[in-house]
Design a protein around this ligand. Structure first.
Ligand SMILES: [Zn+2]
Length: 310
């Protein structure tokens, strides 16, 4: 369900913060619908205001009426999702030392994550509710990747309507997930010397989308919060809920608020360079962000979960 195209934002080369021992364990269960209390010093842009369009391709399909019943004010639902994206991906807890310059971790002592929130330049989002298999997917249009289309499955809406305890919450969760794909970074827009940054793992992109969904209090009913290492999942980049709960641990326990926003920002500034850079310091994607390789973090997460049980 991913197709995130590069944004037109002009990245400024910068390094990302080094790790620190701060913890911010809110014990978030994913069910809390209250927005996070944002620190007064936090830096975030206003929510984006893309042109929004809705195409209902088959008014005779009963799921179209279900959609309108559960999402009676699509504009409000979409804007709530956009606000959540800004809160969880584009809010830096610490302001930059100077608004004129991008943040650099070399400039001063870091006490918490910080970055210069830079939204992609997505200008329009068109929701198309139609007969497709699966749940939903997001794509750029052929002419211009700043214009996104979110295709939403009528048959899935039927399933949600007839089998989910809270159909509106599920549909809002899917809307949030797909909108993240319209507003997350995957790589720098510039390609110095024609060298394109590597693709991040699709599981990371999907995990970030579900991380926002989780933090927004819209976890799907079938998601199961892992309570020990055995329930953690096989791989960190499995995507969806497995990666979302891992990213939530990084944000809420290991690093602190803004950690996943900083990760998203590094995809724009530097790209997914150096996953295997264990021991390579700032050159490694994960070391540069959090001071440890992703496999070490995944192990640490497992140990944390097992300790929870005791
Ligand atoms: Zn997706």
């Amino acid at each position: 369900m991913s197709d995130s195209s590069p944004s037109p934002a002009q990245p400024t080369p910068t390094s990302s913060p080094i790790p620190h021992p701060q913890t911010d364990n809110e014990g978030n269960t994913g069910k809390d619908t209250k927005p996070d209390t944002t620190p007064a010093s936090a830096q975030s842009p206003p929510p984006p205001t893309p042109k929004l369009r809705l195409h209902l391709q088959d008014l005779t399909h009963p799921a179209t009426k279900a959609w309108l019943t559960h999402i009676p004010d699509p504009n409000a639902a979409i804007n709530t999702a956009l606000a959540n994206i800004v809160t969880y991906l584009y809010t830096s807890p610490s302001p930059c030392p100077s608004p004129q310059t991008a943040c650099s971790s070399n400039d001063y002592i870091i006490t918490q994550p910080f970055f210069t929130p830079t939204l992609p330049g997505t200008r329009s989002v068109t929701f198309i509710v139609r007969g497709i298999s699966g749940v939903a997917y997001t794509t750029g249009t052929e002419l211009d990747s700043d214009h996104k289309e979110i295709h939403f499955s009528l048959s899935y809406i039927s399933t949600v309507n007839s089998t989910f305890a809270d159909p509106a919450a599920e549909l809002r969760g899917v809307i949030t997930h797909e909108l993240v794909h319209c507003y997350q970074h995957t790589r720098p827009t510039a390609t110095p010397g024609g060298v394109r940054a590597p693709d991040p793992p699709s599981g990371l992109i999907e995990g970030i989308a579900d991380f926002v969904r989780l933090k927004a209090g819209l976890a799907a009913p079938h998601w199961k919060r892992p309570l020990n290492k055995a329930e953690r999942g096989e791989r960190w980049d499995q995507g969806y809920q497995v990666t979302a709960f891992f990213l939530e641990w990084i944000e809420d326990v290991r690093v602190g608020r803004g950690a996943i926003g900083m990760l998203n920002d590094r995809l724009l500034r530097i790209g997914y360079v150096g996953e295997d850079g264990e021991g390579r310091g700032d050159d490694g994607f994960w070391e540069g962000l959090f001071g440890a390789g992703v496999l070490a973090l995944w192990e640490e997460y497992g140990v944390y979960l097992d300790l929870l049980e005791k």
